[in-house]
Design a protein around this ligand. Sequence first.
Ligand code: V47
Ligand code: SF4
Length: 376
Amino acid sequence: MTDGSTLDIILENTDLDEQLKRIGDKVRNHERITPEEGVLLYEQADLAFLGSLANHVRERLHGDKTFFNRNFHVEPTNICVYSCKFCSYYRKEGQEGVWEFTIEDVTRQAESFKDKGVTEVHIVGGVHPKRDLHYYGQMIQAIKQVLPDIHVKAFTAVELYFMIRRSRVSIEEGLAALKAYGLDSIPGGGAEIFDPVVRKQICHEKSDARQWLHIHETAHQLGIPSNATMLYGHVETYAHRIDHMDTLRKLQDRTGMFNTFIPLKFRKANNEMEHVGEVNTLEDLRNYAVARVFLDNFPHLKAYWPMIGKQTTQVSLSFGVDDIDGTIDDTTKIYSMAGVEDQQPTLNTEQLVKLIKDVGRQPIERDTLYNTLRAY
Ligand code: V47
Ligand code: SF4
């Protein structure tokens, strides 16, 4: 049966390669594609075909709905025990450009968002050598005292692994303690590319794939949902990207507690991997599309607009993306330091709504767990 969609029209095209046609039929019939088919899409499908596949999935799941939220970022410190080669952000204690906020500083930052309608605080920073889970737990408590209804999405699995180990408790005990302090969900950072050979080249010191996955799986078992990211466009191959997404797809089959997948494009400024260069916008769109098709059990695909710029974000909404994150104030430094287009990453709600409406989609303000707060 056909419904006259763009995908149907493309699949009727007799010139289409047989293998790609089979993938198209699978997508149309809600069937899962294999890792080999994922690699084939990256290597052989043209942009129009990828877009029609991904948009088909996106519209089947969400129609024209495009989600955003109102959030602010807290970055407690840029001091980090690790030195990931792609990172422009970290500093060592005593170096120029170091910052370290106290709990009182962070409380003051939270106070400035009182009565502003924000529903989420996103806390991510460097892996501080001397801070343990109780310090960060108290930070969460302090924020919630000022903003009692705020959802706290905090700490990458890499930060969590370090702070929990430092407190000498098990991962399960550590996450349960943080939940009791007020942690509501976990952001997707630190995943990079799971393949050990790639990891050795770009971030050899920090938590490996097994530890990242263990943190997320344990969190899910404790009722703490999370996101997942993938840092792409550096030394990895398409097979590495598919292997990364396949690992996530398998974990999601077990727990169902990932909300969204966020591809993060490698940005080259001010880090040790500048010589690698950056991929172009077409590659960004191809990557979103393959991710949307491959990760059939992830409800949402997020384009992080401060990373790819506003125009590419708008186009990405036709390549599988249904979520564009939120209103982010200028406390977010991880991308501005790596050379993003929008040096001051701030968009107010009105601007976000316009950005979405201008490309014919429906803006939906959501909370962190994708409950609709307002449809525009
Ligand atoms: O893990 C660091 C990335 C991540 C660079 O869950 C870089 O909603 C590109 O976790 N070029 C941290 N990327 C950010 C993160 C995040 C971001 C947005 C939304 C969510 C969410 C989570 O930032 C790191 C790393 O992959 N990163 N340096 C760089 N030069
Ligand atoms: Fe530290 Fe994170 Fe930067 Fe790696 S990516 S050096 S863990 S701040």
